[in-house]
Design a protein around this ligand. Structure first.
Ligand SMILES: NC(=O)c1ccc[n+]([C@@H]2O[C@H](COP(=O)([O-])OP(=O)(O)OC[C@H]3O[C@@H](n4cnc5c(N)ncnc54)[C@H](O)[C@@H]3O)[C@@H](O)[C@H]2O)c1
Length: 351
């Protein structure tokens, strides 16, 4: 039996509410929320009451929350703009961190978080829950079993109808710059890294807003990337989908190999396509792998196991900074009309 960790949780509503009431519930024998911070006093008190937290353990500002709370770890589920402040305050107090994606909302802030975590010797894991679904694990299993031969390229598509302001949940998603990329595509870029088994070497493309009133910032994107193992990737992201959606958990992934192809999309069926001379095209539906835990639950399990001395999770900060580099490489590519060398971007920032 591992330790029971004391946690300061930053964020109480939105995704943080789902953490508290859903994803963390199997772990309340391994973690005790000893402090809660949210700028919204109403949601803070609702969740504080639910947790049975005394009033002195509820905070509407981060600084006093960190000053007054003795905790082993910090759980961060607030909008990306505030991730850096929370992560730095935690790291400076020697607290381990589990944070929602993305690491932060600028490359500069991601690098600052990385450095604070490294220099204070704490552990940080970033939530990339989309890796841990049966459809993705099934793709990965058959890819690794060699069913399509050598992977040549990946096509990924995310498309959601957020043409109504507020359609994408919290208002900040409709207000920030590079909304699709920062709030959405970081999951898909991380998935491309996960499926290809490599990091991004180059990225080119654009994100934009065709003057749609639902978004203040860029909400559509088309990108092409090459990974460090030579695999290419094409990514389409659209928050203004008026046709067929590939919304969350319904994203399209197609993996093209030299012996066949694998795909999954809206109908959740993982298919294996092979063309052989004489037989023509065969299409096989593959059984989904069974998973003991999925999504956030798997990530919490990994995090607490890691604190107990278990293995470093696949999306620990050391790895996830590479998904952030792909994300901010994409933004740079779009802003400068250039192909961005993501490997050099990482090397330049982290040494
Ligand atoms: N992994 C996923 O599937 C997934 C899904 C949705 C959101 N997210 C991530 O979760 C995070 C939060 O997103 P959300 O939709 O819950 O946002 P949100 O706007 O609903 O905010 C969540 C909570 O944080 C509080 N908050 C805002 N600023 C704060 C601050 N400075 N200090 C303390 N509390 C603050 C808000 O009052 C709110 O209760 C983001 O990083 C987002 O990318 C992840």
């Amino acid at each position: 039996m591992g330790s029971v960790y004391r946690a300061l949780m930053i964020g109480a509503g939105g995704m943080a509410g789902r953490w508290l009431r859903r994803f963390l519930t199997p772990f309340y024998d391994r973690v005790q929320i000893v402090g809660l911070c949210d700028i919204d006093p109403q949601i803070l008190n609702e969740q504080g009451d639910w947790l049975g937290l005394p009033p002195e353990a509820r905070f509407t500002e981060m600084e006093p929350a960190f000053e007054k709370t003795e905790a082993d770890c910090c759980l961060i589920a607030i909008p990306p703009r505030f991730h850096r402040q929370a992560a730095e305050l935690a790291a400076h107090r020697g607290m381990h961190i589990l944070s929602e994606k993305p690491i932060a909302d600028t490359w500069e802030d991601c690098v600052a978080v990385y450095k604070a975590v490294q220099s204070n010797g704490v552990k940080m894991e970033v939530v990339q829950n989309y890796r841990y679904s049966p459809r993705i694990q099934t793709l990965k299993k058959y890819l690794e079993a060699g069913e399509i031969g050598r992977l040549n390229y990946i096509v990924a598509r995310f498309a959601a109808d957020y043409r109504r302001r507020g359609g994408w949940g919290s208002p900040f998603r409709h207000e920030i710059r590079h909304s699709l990329l920062i709030e959405g595509s970081v999951h898909h870029f991380d998935q491309i890294r996960h499926l290809s088994g490599a990091d991004c070497r180059w990225i080119a493309g654009w994100d934009w807003n065709p003057n749609h009133p639902a978004f203040d910032g860029e909400c559509c994107g088309l990108f092409v990337a090459q990974m460090t193992n030579g695999v290419f990737a094409q990514y389409e992201g659209n928050c203004l989908e008026g046709g067929e959606e590939n919304n969350w958990h319904d994203e399209l992934y197609r993996l093209e190999g030299d012996q066949g192809a694998l795909s999954v999309g809206r109908d959740q069926r993982v298919r294996l396509y092979r063309h052989t001379p004489g037989e023509g095209l065969t299409v096989r539906e593959l059984p989904n792998v069974r998973m003991e835990r999925q999504g956030h639950i798997e990530l919490f399990q990994q995090f607490f196991d890691w604190l107990d001395g278990g293995p470093t999770p696949p999306t620990a900060l050391e790895d996830n900074i590479k998904s952030a580099a792909m994300l901010f490489g994409a933004i740079e590519a779009s802003e400068t009309n250039t192909v961005v060398d993501v490997t050099a971007k990482l090397r330049g920032a982290l040494g």
